[in-house]
Design a protein around this ligand. Structure first.
Ligand code: PRT
Ligand code: ZN
Length: 284
């Protein structure tokens, strides 16, 4: 049985569970026991703190894991990123007091920076030849400059609201992060390898579908060519007859980012009764 380490509670939990559910994985019981098997797929979930997930995969306690890229790089374990998952997006950034004028990275020379991510920060500073003093604290990093503990911070930023409410401003983005699926180089037996390949295949289908919409519309036959010219489709749009001989029904898949432009263009050339549906999985 393939063992997947996931966060037991916190920012990654909901979307991790949603992704596994969308991939068709049902759990025996959703009670938060440490190890929960699936009832319809050869996997079991090991619920851990996110800090422990890279280590659990590196040591083989779990076969794969879902965790923020920031934790993977900070823990520096021997693990591989198998797939970016597109949720829990954030960035690790340097921030300084709002009223301080920022002159570029050299500003940090000789300064004290508070962080919970000393490894990523020291790698970055070394690469940029900046000589700063790293002060490690485990929580509430954003209050450090305000209470005189540091000159700057290096922390996770998402909306930026926490920085604003602590009179700080983001001056350098060091690492864009998101949830990733990690694995290791150790050999998996055939059952685990098959389960992993099937899981990766299903995640691919779910992720592809997330960026697409299924669109249906009624089109007068006289306008069909104009409508077809707008629609990309996977191969080509599907055209079906309707009871009224002068009309047909056209079905197609559209990139979500082009959705509203396409709908307006379709309306303009005579499409009517346009329906837009979510796609759950899409196998290309
Ligand atoms: O208990 P456990 O150890 O498992 O969880 P945790 O408390 O260490 O982590 P958790 O659940 O807070 O975050 C898990 C992961 O979510 C992180 O490792 C990141 O990869 C990702 N993530 C995404 C975030 C944020 N967004 C985020 N906004 N992690 C933390 N924050 C915090 C940040 O530390 C700062 O205090 O939110 C604040 C900033 O948010 P904004 O929106 O005000 O900028
Ligand atoms: Zn943590």
């Amino acid at each position: 049985m393939l063992r997947i380490a996931v966060q037991s509670k916190g920012r990654l939990y909901d979307e991790t569970m949603e992704l596994l559910k969308a991939a068709g994985i049902k759990l025996v019981a959703v009670k938060r026991t440490l190890l929960v098997p699936s009832r319809n797929f050869p996997v079991e979930l090991l619920f851990l703190r996110d800090d422990d997930i890279p280590d659990s995969v590196a040591t083989g306690t779990a076969d794969i894991g879902i965790v923020g890229l920031n934790e993977v790089l900070e823990k520096h374990q021997e693990v591989n990123v198998l797939r970016h998952l597109g949720f829990s997006k954030c960035r690790l950034s340097l921030a300084i007091p709002k009223e301080t004028s920022y002159t570029g990275l050299e500003w940090f020379n000789g300064k004290k920076i508070a962080t919970s991510y000393p490894k990523i920060l020291s790698d970055f500073l070394k690469e940029k030849h900046i000589d700063a003093d790293i002060h490690v604290i485990s929580g509430s990093v954003e209050i450090a400059p305000g209470i005189g503990l540091s000159d700057a911070i290096f922390d996770i930023v998402s909306s930026g609201g926490t920085l604003v409410s602590n009179n700080l401003k983001e001056v350098e983005v060091v690492l864009p992060s998101e949830a990733v699926l990690i694995g290791s180089d150790r050999e998996l037996d055939d059952d685990k390898r098959n389960a992993l390949n099937e899981l990766l295949f299903r995640i691919e289908a779910v992720k592809t579908a997330e960026t697409k919409k299924y669109v249906l519309m009624n089109v007068p036959k006289s306008k069909l060519q104009a409508v077809l010219a707008i629609l990309p489709g996977i191969k080509s749009p599907t055209v079906l007859p309707l009871a009224d001989d002068n009309w047909c029904s056209v079905h197609s898949v559209i990139d979500e980012k082009n959705l509203w432009t396409s709908i307006n263009a379709l309306k303009a050339v005579g499409a009517e009764g346009i329906l837009v549906l979510n796609i759950e999985e899409m196998v290309l």
